[in-house]
Design a binder for this molecule. Structure first.
Ligand code: GLV
Length: 326
């Protein structure tokens, strides 16, 4: 077995003990303890001579960083299911293994998407603000009217694990019709949820709720733009728990402001965090959460365990538990 106790590793943020303790026990790990990511120049210094790096989605892992680490770098273990922050082709070319943390956050993320969906549809955050601001004077027959969920149509963009988990909630709990847009058919969704794979335009036109679960790549960047929002129902709710760059934030703002769609629930923005003066944050029909979909005890512990398994396997030259392929 390869001896890894003398190998150096940089961990770019404190992660749950379920993974971190094992990393610290197994190799020479340095952990960045700041509440914010290490500044880029510091990161480039810290990774020099490392055999492994544990990264978050806040770190850009590109050729420059791999150069700064040096030729001994064996593994990059991303503490996230998404890996758009990593140049996978470059890592593959250099023989550096890359791991991610899927599955353990699927249900938590689907819960978050549903929470945003129902909160935006039923104007819950707006209602709380109304109460806190002292506007609640009486029961209002014409006030705070939202959208029904039961029997409506959910449109899933990206029918992977998380998209499926949300669709299952909507189908089983709210008797929704399920449409999805994906490059691949999803037989399980077709069979178990009576789901129908449709083109993007059909999904936009027919869905009452549109929820994004695709990864961020050249094809999905900005796919929710003014044209897409114009195709949606004026009663529609848009939910994004995937990556902020999949929607065009200015176009989303305009669509919400002008009532072209009813509401939005976002766990992701572009950039993150949004600028403090981003007008999207002032819209009553937009809920913005600080990228917390996987923030449950078991999801985050599970992510830490997988991140540790990936890192230690990579240091040893073994197959990673969850390996990202080019
Ligand atoms: C979070 O966004 C993740 O990719 O895990």
């Amino acid at each position: 077995m390869t001896e890894i106790s003398s190998m150096r590793v940089f961990v770019t943020r404190r992660i749950p003990a379920a993974g971190l303790d094992r990393i610290v026990a197994a190799c020479r790990a340095e952990i960045w303890d700041g509440p914010l990511p290490p500044p880029r120049d510091v990161l480039l210094e810290k990774v020099a001579g490392c055999h492994g790096i544990v990264t978050l989605l806040t770190e850009t892992v590109d050729a420059r960083l791999m150069d700064a680490a040096g030729p001994q770098l064996r593994v990059i273990s991303n503490f996230a299911v998404g890996y758009n922050n990593i140049d996978i082709a470059e890592a593959t070319r250099r023989g550096i293994r890359v791991g991610n943390t899927p599955d353990v956050l699927t249900e938590a993320t689907a819960d978050m998407a549903f929470a945003l969906l129902i909160s935006a549809a039923r104007r819950i955050v707006e209602g709380q603000r109304y109460v806190l601001d002292g506007h609640w004077k009486t029961w209002e027959p014409l006030g705070h009217i939202g959208q029904d969920l039961s029997g409506k149509t959910i449109g899933i963009v990206g029918m992977g694990r998380i998209g499926f988990a949300l669709a299952r909630r909507c189908f089983g709990g709210w008797q929704m019709r399920v449409l999805y847009h994906d490059r691949q058919p999803c037989e399980q969704a077709d069979r178990e949820l009576a789901a129908r794979q449709v083109d993007f335009e059909t999904l936009l036109a027919e869905s009452d709720f549109v929820s994004v679960h695709t990864d961020l790549n050249d094809a999905t960047r900005g796919m929710f733009d003014a044209t897409a929002f114009a195709r949606m129902k004026s009663s529609a709710v848009f939910v994004n728990t995937a990556r902020g760059s999949i929607h065009n934030q200015r176009d989303l703002h305009d669509a919400l402001r002008d009532g072209r769609i009813f509401a939005a629930g976002l766990d992701v923005t572009d950039p993150e965090p949004p600028d403090a003066d981003d007008p999207l944050l002032r819209l009553p029909n937009c809920i913005v959460a600080p990228h917390i979909a996987s923030a449950t005890v078991s999801s985050r512990s599970g992510m830490a365990e997988i991140a540790a398994d990936n890192l230690l396997a990579g240091l040893r030259g073994d197959t990673l538990r969850c390996r990202v392929h080019d």
